[in-house]
Design a protein around this ligand. Structure first.
Ligand SMILES: [Zn+2]
Ligand SMILES: [Zn+2]
Ligand SMILES: [Zn+2]
Length: 121
């Protein structure tokens, strides 16, 4: 059983941000590579394989560098996004807007980071 990990990913070209909730095991998530194998990959390394920015929106790759429709990663204008898990520290206070609307990557809240940034634009 994995644990949910909240990740903020960012595009270096346009500064677009997305929030992901990944099911992680020991800090790793499964990534399907171009050769069809699935390997447990540290989240920081997995994000550029999983999330790509095409300028107007974000697409999620099924395989490293190759999308579900067979198109190649080179055609993605902004390329892979970068991200790492938020840092969360348990603080005994109710989870409120300060957490759910947060855009920073540090969470001090009783939710342990689960709701962090969930309602941010
Ligand atoms: Zn972008
Ligand atoms: Zn919270
Ligand atoms: Zn938070």
């Amino acid at each position: 059983m994995g644990v949910p990990v909240v990740v903020f990913a960012r595009c270096r070209e346009c500064d677009r941000r997305v929030r992901l909730v990944l099911d992680a095991t020991d800090g790793c998530v499964p990534v399907e590579y171009a050769d069809g194998s699935v390997r447990m990959t540290p989240i920081k390394d997995a994000i550029p394989c999983l999330v790509w920015c095409v300028g107007t929106t974000v697409v999620y790759a099924r395989r490293g560098g190759v999308f579900a429709d067979g198109s190649r990663s080179q055609r993605v204008p902004h390329g892979p996004m970068r991200g790492k898990p938020i840092k969360s520290r348990f603080v005994d206070r109710p989870c409120d807007r300060r957490c759910t609307h947060a855009t920073g990557d540090t969470c001090l809240c009783s939710c342990g980071g689960l709701n962090h940034g969930a309602d941010a634009a």
